[in-house]
Design a binder for this molecule. Sequence first.
Ligand SMILES: [Fe+2]
Length: 311
Amino acid sequence: MSIAAHTTTDGRLLSDLDQPTFDARFNRRPFRIGHQLADHRLFSLPRLIELSKSLPESRVEYNSGKLPVSQDPTSTPRNGLAIDETIRRIEECNSWMVLKNVELDEEYSDLLNSCLAEVRQFSDHVSPGMKHQAGFIFISSPGSVTPYHIDPENNFLLQIRGQKCVYMFPQDDRDILTEENLEAFFTGGHRNLPYEKWYDERSERFELNPGDGLHFPVAAPHWVQNGSEVSISFSITFQTKDSADRRSLHRLNKQLCHWGITPTGVGRSSWRDAAKLGLVSGIRAAKRLIGKRDEATAPAGMAVYAKAAKS
Ligand SMILES: [Fe+2]
């Protein structure tokens, strides 16, 4: 069956996308969309087993799905099964799995690019320059929990099979997601974060069924509770200049803290963010010119930033 067999009468794979919603909410707040992929053959278990075997080992992550919302990533329990066995027995093996960068397979790449081409018609108006497109497929047993975490990409999660509830938190709520959390994450820290019960009151709950999609802003914390059936979801993700800049700013802020400077939080001051991005560009240019590490060029850059911060 071709991709075309799953499109709407107007030829689209996605639905319910509109410019006013993107303008108001893209990469700021979650919003719902629809899609036509619920019966797509690329999401059948036999095809997913084939995909899992073809991906590099590093691109397949799986573990027990019986986890608390707040899970220390260093002690996540394994499920004791092989990859293909996990998918084959997903109905009863209490597991959670993600297949990463599924675009390494040409068929999934075609599907991902077709979906994101539709998103780009709207996202470019708000945040131009779609790049680093990547697809992830989540396969999980009934009742599985995805612990509380953040992700680095602009994401639209398309629910293919089964039902799940996403509990989403504002990306800019610094009571529950601190600058330190973000700096640690964007400099290589694990995605999982500690969760406290009182966070419940700050969450927005989204129930997703086959045909439903949900936008996840970059680094908007969330955790996920599966329903009573096997769940399969397709996550279509990308970066833009804005999201790449944000990553650079958090990384630079961590470095500034290391140098004893207390930086302004990302997004709090547009001119400071612009000055810092100028500094990042300068450091990268110097690094290219003299072939040294970022740290080696940092003192000159730091002086520029310190001067800008005082003015
Ligand atoms: Fe996530």
